[in-house]
Write a protein that binds this ligand. Structure first.
Ligand SMILES: *Cc1c(COP(=O)(O)O)cnc(C)c1O
Length: 810
């Protein structure tokens, strides 16, 4: 335990890592953080010296060359490598270093056979595609391969690759394998080379290449993982193994001495030093100069990697013990830990400061990682989840068989998608990792967070009495109607006396437009761009336009307001070039009409990002069919994770009778369903709960509903009765309820100010979470009637309309 260090770090934090502010950063295995001193040193260096493109005679070029040579030596010293035996090849990142090795081995006459460890990062796995044969081994497999005396000799050159530390769970693999695999050479088999991926290891441990006989032939790493900056990698090559790298075919500027192209084709590789023949093109010389500063400053701030190793081991042990100790009231563990513990003595050689885990509820069901990440991000924790580019590690930790992975893939599972539980198995892990500037407070806060939201503290659940909440008040009316003409932008309230048209795809003019990124064509959303809330559209039927204002501080050169014709006549749209823009909304490809540069300029300036307004062709003739993203849930009994904090008893919502999930509906931009409804009584109940903690009460607007219902007698409120409705009637119009609306932390954005808060997401997470998803409000769609009445030809609803619940679900 290193209290001194921790105290030092605490005082260091404020000065050196001001960007942390109130963030709790636990993704050091993704990248650690750069210090302010490093950035200042780099800036001073850059602004007080004239650095030119290296390898030329000018003084500025010479200066760059000299600095690079010094820093190359500095890198070797950092890893205790003797420049007599080692060389450093600067590459973009660890992956580029691995690729360089693979490119060379592929050119061997007989090809090469590749052996890699199960815990390998994806970048290491990919090498197998260049090999004539490959094997993926676990520890036992490696041991067998290394110790088997009577095995048939390998007939080709072998490349043996493994990570010094798994990026997934932080496990450190035996470095002794390097020497042992080299010893195989002396047994008369063709040469075995070793490729060590030290990327994860070096960030919190001293890589020591001092013993030449135990050092890998090739070592790759990325410097941002040690210093936070610059984004640069290295391939450290043992010189006497380096020749093989020159087998690669490609050469670029910088790696050749002479090239003939006209009449004859001939070239000579530079061979003065190894790195010269491998560093294609202009070196990342500014980054290398930054690396020089990074090495110096790191030493000043932290003294040695060994100190960092001690400190981070202490912290991750605390984190491990903390998570491990969490128990549900029925004494089942909250966390399933995939990383090794620190209970034996020499654990520091076996485990890096990473804790990989999953969360289960008290009945042993998995809690979705993506949902935990959302809640964590509201609480300003920075962690990582998913497969973490470690296919073998994740499959082993979670017992996922290849056929299951394939089946999950068919079922829609991808890197980066939301759903992560298939057939009762979770597909990814959560990873919290600490670094040199982490503190005790960081890890304690994280353990408390997991405890606060995921430990179920009561064994006895309230007995569910469905009669109390499924009772429906009989005095409901439409309190307000709101449309969102531009997806994710501000709402437009419909005035009380206006009869507003209802269409199969939703309320008229709701999500008629959207903003798309000019580069990617992706629809923008408020979750990523909170300022979109300040874009306020209103519909002006007199002038036949959508008027759009920006409610923040608009840049001086944009008009206060712009107008967009309501008419979809193409004459009003952009004419030159493509009139249609290919865009994606929720993964569905759609074609949209675009507008003039003036209009796009307005949006691009106020949001400070290059975007364009887009509109979808009317009629739904094009492939404008998106799946309604409704939530299916299983029987109520296994749904409940929380019931204790809700006033009264609570019956979880049951899914709609029909399987709406696969039904295609002609709607698009409203993401989920044609119409979203919330109940004032539920909001009041939620706000009562928030009030108890002193949190910020939620305004109805954060839920971005189309319809807010309210009951006229305030004293007979029935919160969440909407969960039980099957269909409702608003004045003359019938609507089918499609299920509860799943929520993300977008509801934390104040629609007036675009500022974020933790509420109401935090309280909802405690009171309305089912199978780790959070629900508030209901989806619904209009049911067309064909009875020849005026109301069936032109269905409308208005504020003040009486609402009747036609049918309640069981
Ligand atoms: C980060 C990491 C990589 C990939 O590094 P890049 O900088 O993305 O090339 C590879 N292996 C391990 C073990 C890592 O931690």
């Amino acid at each position: 335990m290193d209290d001194d260090y921790n105290r030092n770090v605490e005082s260091l934090r404020e000065n050196e890592y001001p960007m942390l502010q109130d963030a709790i950063y636990l993704d050091h295995a993704g990248t650690t953080l750069y210090s302010k001193s490093l950035m200042e040193r780099f800036m001073t260096d850059m602004t007080s010296n004239l650095y030119g493109n290296p390898h030329s005679a000018s003084p500025s070029s010479q200066l760059s060359t000299r600095r690079i040579e010094d820093i190359r030596l500095g890198v070797l010293r950092f890893f205790k490598a003797d420049p007599k035996y080692f060389d450093v090849v600067f590459v973009a990142n660890a992956t580029a270093g691995i690729k360089l090795v693979a490119e060379a081995f592929r050119e061997l006459d007989e090809g090469f056979s590749y052996i890699y460890h199960r815990d390998a990062h994806t970048s290491l796995v990919g090498v197998r595609e260049s090999a004539v044969a490959n094997r993926c081994l676990d520890d036992k497999g490696v041991e067998e391969w290394l110790s088997c005396d009577d095995r048939p000799p390998d007939t080709t050159t072998t490349l043996f690759a493994y990570p010094a530390q798994s990026n997934l769970d932080g496990r450190r693999l035996p470095l002794s394998w390097i020497k042992r695999s080299r010893d195989l050479r002396s047994q008369g088999t063709p040469t075995t080379y070793t490729l060590l991926d030290a990327s994860a290891f070096v960030s919190t441990a001293q890589l020591d290449l001092g013993d030449i006989s135990a050092a890998p032939d090739f070592t790759v790493l990325s410097f941002y993982k040690i210093f936070g900056f610059p984004d640069l990698g290295a391939l450290i090559v043992k010189k006497d193994s380096g020749r093989i790298l020159q087998k690669r075919k490609y050469f670029g500027g910088g790696t050749v001495d002479v090239v003939l192209s006209v009449k004859e084709q001939w070239h000579v590789l530079k061979d003065h030093s190894l790195h010269e023949s491998l560093e294609d093109g202009t070196l990342a010389f500014h980054s290398i100069i930054a690396l020089g500063a990074a090495i110096d400053i790191h030493k000043k701030l932290f003294e040695s990697m060994d100190r960092i190793a001690k400190h981070t081991a202490f912290l991750s042990q605390r984190l491990y013990d903390g998570l491990k100790s969490l128990r549900h009231a029925n004494s089942e563990p909250v966390c399933v830990l995939h990383s090794r513990g620190f209970d034996s003595k020499n654990t520091r050689d076996m485990q890096g400061p990473i804790v990989a885990f999953n969360v289960r509820n008290c009945q042993g069901a998995w809690v979705s990682n993506t949902e935990i990440e959302k809640l964590a991000s509201v609480r300003k924790f920075h962690i990582r989840s998913g497969g973490l580019c470690n296919p073998g590690g994740v499959a082993a930790s979670l017992n996922l068989e290849p056929w299951e992975m394939r089946q999950n893939f068919s079922a829609g599972f991808r890197c980066g998608v939301e759903s992560d539980i298939y057939a009762g198995k979770i597909t990814g892990i959560l990873r919290a990792s600490v670094g040199a500037m982490s503190t005790i407070q960081d890890v304690d806060a994280f353990v408390s967070f997991v405890d606060e939201f995921y430990t179920e503290k009561k064994t006895s659940r309230p007995i569910l009495d469905s009669s109390s909440t499924s009772q429906t008040p009989d005095d409901l009316f439409v309190e307000s109607l709101t449309i969102y003409p531009i997806k994710s932008c501000g709402g437009f309230s419909i005035a009380p006396d206006i009869h507003w048209e209802v269409r199969p795809e939703g309320l008229r003019w709701d999500r008629e437009w959207c903003l798309v990124h000019q580069g990617t064509g992706q629809a923008l959303n408020q979750k990523r761009h909170p300022r979109m809330a300040l874009i306020r559209p209103s519909i002006d039927f007199d002038r036949g336009v959508l008027r759009v204002k920006y409610q923040g501080d608009p840049p001086a050169d944009v008009p206060d307001e712009i107008s967009i014709p309501l008419s979809s006549n193409p004459a009003f749209c952009k004419v030159e070039g493509d009139k249609f823009l290919s865009s994606r909304v929720c993964g569905d490809k759609i074609l949209a009409q675009t507008y003039t540069d003036e209009i796009n300029y307005f949006f691009s300036r106020v949001l400070e990002l290059p975007c364009a307004l887009a509109r979808f062709p009317a009629g739904g003739s094009s492939p404008r069919h998106a799946k309604a993203h409704m939530q299916k849930r299983r029987s109520p009994s296994n749904d409940i994770t929380r019931t204790d904090n809700l006033p009264g008893t609570y019956q979880p919502p049951t899914p709609p009778d029909s399987d709406n999930e696969t039904q295609k509906r002609p709607i698009l931009l409203s993401n989920e369903s044609p119409i979203l409804l919330i109940n004032r009584a539920s909001l009041n109940s939620l706000n009562d709960t928030i009030a108890k903690t002193g949190g910020k009460q939620a305004s109805a607007s954060v839920f971005r509903a189309n319809i807010v219902l309210s009951s006229s007698s305030q004293n007979d409120e029935q919160p969440y009765s909407e969960d039980h409705w099957a269909s409702i009637q608003i004045d003359q119009q019938k609507f089918q309820m499609l299920g509860s609306c799943r929520r993300c932390h977008m509801i934390c954005i104040d629609q007036e100010t675009a500022q974020k808060d933790e509420e109401p997401f935090i309280t909802l997470a405690k009171t309305r979470r089912f199978e780790s998803k959070i629900f508030f409000g209901s989806h619904m769609c209009h049911l067309a009637q064909r009875n020849g009445t005026k109301g069936s030809q032109y269905p409308t609803i208005k504020v003040g309309d009486i609402v009747k619940v036609d049918a309640a679900k069981e």
